[in-house]
Ligand binder design. Structure first.
Ligand code: WT7
Length: 646
């Protein structure tokens, strides 16, 4: 509540400096207005022109945009390849020998790949995939640490038209199996292990454990990263470095339809089953490229660093596809911000003279807690632009970021978007927009949002409502893999003709958006999306559990914590059994879903119609008195008992 109040009272504004504005890609209010209005009035003309001038085509498209939401198609008739946008086009220019990826591993080892070197590796691995029987249209799962081979594998898939499905390294064997089955993946690329705070993440072992439950997988490629011994099954498992010795470095890019599936990325929805968000080639690439340039104001001399893991959409769009399609230098870091100490990020910024830095509010809150002495030890004067993504940022954290990291000179871009939107939707343009701590400000050109009530009626300024998109954009998801009906129901079923984002927000009198958070049963834990139902199904799959309800509660560092109300089958479980339940959820989903609290209760509060009273549970989890009307409570004693536990 205190953070909501502080956002409502927030009135500070920070205009861009004239020096920043002068050189920015979009550099004046007039220019922004002109682009935004043009795109609103004629999306096909606006995006069509950009697609023509900004993408490399084998064959030009005939129709820029066809059909309305939810089934809009873009750039039909065109032939294109995403790896060409990121690589081949730069080889014809002076950027051939420019650093594409500067990589640092957690132990401090480093590698730099120029565009030409990256192209070579990508072509080779594309040939490896072909040799393993991967064909255009097949799905390839990447379950890898943050090493250059991950970016290489992504681009190699796109080169031959295989659809990649990246699974974040924090997910469990069961989660890998679910995703492999849903995608019917043929090949999995992994590593022996990855480094995380000096410990090894047993990636290959997790893949091994997943395979008996995922029969579609025929081959596994293993990158040697940590050197830890792993089981290699003959004719199934192959070392990356051995396969790479057997192929040549020429691989013609596949000429693919604009709407060819580029990747699937699983994300949590309001039911237990993860959703396979599908993005297609031309529209996604145009979005990643243009939004990177507009929002991060990428310049050739910049060293750009996005701290996300490539296992999330942020890494797809803003470590790999966006920066590389712009010919930028993208820094990639394997490790954590507090290993070997809390100065690691600032040390990297000083060491590589990072100019643009993009991170998450949950990380910023941790930095604040660790203390100003860490960033103060390092020279951060190379920074010229800062960004955040993943959850609403509280104005206090914004101000700290502005003052301590940005030295009061760097604009902050608070970027609102989603796995489904493919790219940034609402964000300050750093050369135009006066920023406001806690607001993602205004929509980018081509993005036409609105705040509506639950019937779809537009609301007045400053009224809280549902955040929707009223027009299609090229980089929006096309479907949920294998379940087009769920796609339509989830995003378009609630409000006729509008894309419903799942967030609550308000728009102020200047047209700036203030996102408040999810309005569905999705949690945002440290910027990671988790479905309450997914955690509930994990809990009830344990023999001790009869019923479970999971809600979020405000958490100082994570933004939202996970609170589980559990009705046990027998007597109240012991502390040991409680620990076992926590371990069970981790095993079913992954460490990112670790419950913060488990509270046992003889029954769950329900309405007469049998619906769990989540609002009440949320209030209890937050330690608040229930403000809601509880007269429909089936069992008052439940409430009383739950309160006793507080
Ligand atoms: C949800 C999407 C997009 C990459 C990271 C997360 C929340 C994201 C912001 C922001 C307020 C934000 C929303 C959104 N969110 N960015 N700048 N301000 N909220 O992607 O896992 O698809 O989650 O993250 O609730 O719906 P994701």
């Amino acid at each position: 509540m205190s953070s909501i109040k502080s956002v409502l009272q927030e009135t500070r504004q920070f205009p861009p400096s004239p020096e920043f504005a002068k050189d920015a890609h979009i550099s004046s209010e007039e220019q922004y207005q002109q682009l935004w209005n043009r795109a609103k009035d004629n999306p096909a003309g606006f995006w069509g022109e950009l697609a023509q001038t900004e993408l490399e085509w084998f064959k030009p498209f005939e129709t820029a945009m066809e059909g309305q939401m939810p089934d809009t198609k873009w750039f039909l008739g065109g032939k294109i390849n995403a790896s060409v946008q990121c690589l081949d086009r730069h080889l014809k220019t002076w950027r051939k020998n420019k650093a594409a990826i500067i990589w640092e591993g957690e132990p401090g080892d480093t590698r730099t790949l120029t565009y030409q070197q990256l192209h070579r590796e990508v072509c080779k691995f594309a040939n490896v995939l072909k040799k393993l029987g991967v064909q255009t249209g097949d799905r390839v799962t990447l379950y890898m640490p943050m090493v250059p081979e991950l970016a290489i594998a992504m681009l190699a898939c796109s080169r031959i038209g295989a659809t990649h499905s990246i699974i974040f390294g924090g997910f469990s064997a069961d989660a890998i199996a679910d995703r492999n089955n849903d995608a019917q993946a043929k090949v999995v690329v992994t590593a022996d292990g990855g480094w995380r705070r000096g410990k090894e993440v047993p990636l290959k072992t997790n893949v091994d454990a997943s395979l008996p439950k995922a029969p579609s997988v025929e081959k596994v490629v293993v990158v040697r990263r940590t050197g830890t011994p792993v089981d290699m099954v003959p004719d199934r498992d192959y070392w990356w470095h051995e396969l790479m010795e057997q192929v040549d470095a020429d691989c013609e890019p596949a000429e693919l339809d604009s709407e060819h599936p580029l990747f699937i990325l699983y994300t949590s929805g309001s039911t237990g089953k993860p959703k396979g968000v599908l993005h297609t080639t031309a529209g996604y690439m145009l979005g990643a490229q243009m939004t990177s340039r507009w929002v991060f104001d990428l310049k050739d001399q910049d060293t750009y660093w996005c701290t996300a893991d490539i296992g999330w959409i942020t890494g797809h769009s803003y470590i790999v596809y966006g920066p590389l399609s712009n010919g930028a230098t993208s820094l990639m870091f394997e490790g954590a911000p507090n290993w070997p100490d809390e100065g690691r990020f600032w040390e990297i910024i000083e060491k590589y003279q990072v100019n643009i830095f993009y991170t998450a509010p949950t990380a910023i809150r941790a930095f604040i807690k660790w203390g100003d002495q860490w960033p103060q030890k390092y020279d951060l004067s190379s920074l010229r632009l800062l960004g955040t993504v993943g959850e609403p940022i509280n104005p206090e954290a914004w101000m700290w970021y502005h003052r301590v990291i940005g030295g009061e000179r760097c604009p902050i871009v608070d970027t609102w978007w989603q796995t489904e939107t493919g790219g940034i939707m609402i964000s300050p343009l750093p050369g135009v927009q006066s920023t406001k701590p806690g607001s993602c400000t205004r929509p980018l050109p081509g993005v036409v949002p609105a705040i509506v009530d639950d019937k779809g009626n537009p609301l007045e300024a400053n009224q809280g409502g549902l955040l929707v998109m009223t027009q299609p954009w090229p980089h929006m998801l096309r479907t949920l893999y294998g379940d087009h009906q769920r796609f339509k129901d989830t995003y378009f079923g609630k409000l006729e003709g509008l894309y419903f984002a799942g967030d609550g927000a308000r728009k102020d009198e200047d047209g700036c958006y203030w996102v408040m958070g999810r309005v569905d049963d999705v949690l945002n834990v440290s910027g990671h999306r988790l479905s309450t139902m997914e955690i509930e199904s994990a809990l009830v799959s344990h023999p001790l559990v009869a019923e479970a309800a999971v809600v979020g509660f405000p958490h100082e560092l994570k933004g939202e914590g996970i609170c589980c109300f559990v009705t046990p089958k027998g007597v109240t479980p012991s502390d040991q059994e409680k620990k076992e339940l926590i371990a069970h959820v981790r095993k079913q989903i992954g460490a990112l879903a670790t419950p913060d609290q488990i509270r046992f209760t003889p029954s769950l509060p329900k309405t007469r119609s049998g619906k769990i009273m989540r609002r009440l549970l949320r209030d209890i989890a937050a330690g608040k008195e229930s403000s809601g009307d509880t007269t429909t409570l089936e069992d008052y004693t439940v409430l009383a008992k739950l309160r006793e536990e507080d």
